[in-house]
Design a protein around this ligand. Structure first.
Ligand code: NDP
Ligand code: 2IT
Length: 444
């Protein structure tokens, strides 16, 4: 059995039931096979892969909080500090009832390579809780966030571990967490990113993941003799990533005709109204059923279905494994020629392979959505120098980073004889830097 297969077998044995974590590890290990084969004796001697797939540290803790009726509720909190070879742990906090240790580990593992691809000095980590923010009052959200941070604050710090947003964690939650961190530690430092602008947040961080996704998609299309202008685009999700992906796609002359949330999806043949979407989701925190009130010509459908519409480009921006093999077949049949992942691992493994085999340009999340964490790292830089950069400066740096990521992974795919396989390219390019740093730092 090859070294990689041995390690994969161990991962499954040592982490039973964590199927999303297995999926994320398998994709990376399969991709880096040629690099590992070249250095097999050394990696094996140093147990490099065994160390790579084992988090440096993971904490699990109780989060008691009090609801508006005075009832005590208890959720579980997690922080997985996966790999600090190239910088302090960095990654978001997910608040969603589906959160468990396997989900946080898959996200933390992906984050190692994503953060490496940004070219910035950030290691990989992720956290979260099975707390469901839906339907909670602001006071309940605050009660939860303060309790969550009361424990988390002893594990993080501006040079140790810097959490940020993810599903269910936006600027409101980051604000409450920052307030509690500062109160307990008596430190005003950049320990969280995605902060509000008046207290150390970076301009363009809110937009960064969605904008970055479209910048790198544009670059991929350009390098393949295509253009985003005039194209019809499908987006799933209606949260932070989706909203700003739609906004940027429209600015670049494409038309986005769908978006979705966990209850249903919208088809708007005239192009999604971003101002309406922001009002519904960011301001009023309502369901997508409200959208029809703004746009009577649009259609609302219950359940899944965004991938059934005829289009050129698809940008999944909701959650893991939301695009399966049947969806992939529908996309190809409907003429989609490019898929770029705004969410983390939204495409199942068989759907990814199918799309690639059909010649669809496929950009994996760890490259395509890296603009969010890259801009978080720019927020860290601004916090360290106690300065704030203009929107234009941050946006320009973001664009440069996304273009560099594309060329980096494109070159890596060519170097290993896999031209056009951006999954392999991203995993190899991300892994090589981390492996070099791990080697240099000895057996730790
Ligand atoms: P938000 O919470 O802002 O939005 C998530 C959206 O996806 C909502 O519309 C939500 O619908 C929908 N959604 C979530 N879970 C499900 C589900 N199980 N089934 C169907 N729809 C679902 O999160 P973000 O936009 O921040 O995150 C979206 C994705 O992007 C995630 O995979 C995240 O990890 C990834 N990502 C986020 C980054 C960031 O900077 N925020 C950076 C890089 C990646 P509803 O409101 O009904 O729950
Ligand atoms: O998945 C991700 O990259 C994020 N949720 C953003 C992490 C960050 O630290 O900004």
């Amino acid at each position: 059995m090859s070294y990689i297969d041995e390690v994969m077998e161990q991962v499954i044995k040592q982490n039973p039931e964590e199927k999303e974590f297995h999926q994320a590890v398998k994709e990376v290990l399969d991709s880096i096979r040629p690099v590992v084969e070249k250095h097999e004796a050394q990696y094996k001697r140093d147990a490099l892969l065994e160390r790579l797939v084992n988090p440096e540290r993971q904490v699990k803790f109780r989060v008691p909080w009090i609801d508006d009726k005075g009832n005590v509720k208890v959720n579980t909190g997690y922080r997985v500090q996966f790999n600090s070879a190239i910088g302090p742990y960095k990654g978001g906090i997910r608040l969603h009832p589906s959160v468990n240790i396997g989900i946080i580990k898959f996200l933390g593992f992906e984050q190692i390579f994503k953060n490496s691809l940004t070219g910035l000095p950030i290691g990989g980590g992720k956290g979260g809780s099975d707390f469901d923010p839906k339907g909670k009052s602001d006071r309940e959200i605050m009660s939860f966030c303060q309790s969550f941070m009361t424990e988390l604050c002893r594990h993080i710090g501006a040079d140790t571990d810097i959490p940020a947003g993810d599903i269910g964690t936006g600027s409101r939650e980051i604000g409450y967490m920052f307030g509690q961190y500062k109160r307990i530690k008596n430190l005003f430092e950049g320990t969280l990113t995605g902060k509000g602008i008046p207290y150390g947040g970076s301009l363009a961080r809110t937009e960064a993941t969605g904008y970055g996704l479209v910048y790198i998609t544009e670059e991929m299309l350009k390098c393949n003799g295509k253009d985003i202008e005039g194209k019809t685009v499908l987006v799933s999700g209606a949260g932070n990533v989706a909203i700003y992906a739609i906004e940027k796609a429209h600015q670049l002359g494409a038309k986005v005709v769908t978006c979705s949330d966990s209850t249903g999806w919208i088809y708007d043949p005239d192009g999604i109204d971003v101002a309406a979407l922001k009002e519904i989701k960011e301001e009023n925190r309502q369901r997508l059923t409200e959208y029809k009130k703004y746009r009577p010509n649009s259609e609302y459908h219950e359940g899944k279905g965004v991938w059934s519409v005829k289009a050129d480009i698809a940008l999944p921006c909701a959650t893991q494994n939301e695009l399966d093999i049947d969806d992939a077949k529908m996309l190809v049949a409907n003429g989609v020629f490019a898929v770029a992942e705004g969410a983390n691992m939204p495409t199942t493994s068989d759907a990814t392979k199918y799309l690639q085999n059909q010649g669809v340009l496929f950009l994996p999340g760890k490259a395509a959505n890296a603009g969010g964490v890259a801009t978080s790292a720019l927020e860290m830089s601004q916090n360290s120098e106690r300065l704030s950069w203009s929107f234009e400066k941050v946006d320009e740096k973001l664009k440069g980073i996304m273009v560099d990521i594309f060329h980096n992974l494109d070159e890596a795919s060519k170097m290993y004889g896999e031209e056009g396989n951006y999954v392999v390219g991203a995993n190899i390019a991300g892994f090589r830097k981390v492996a070099k740093a791990m080697n240099a730092q000895g057996i730790v």
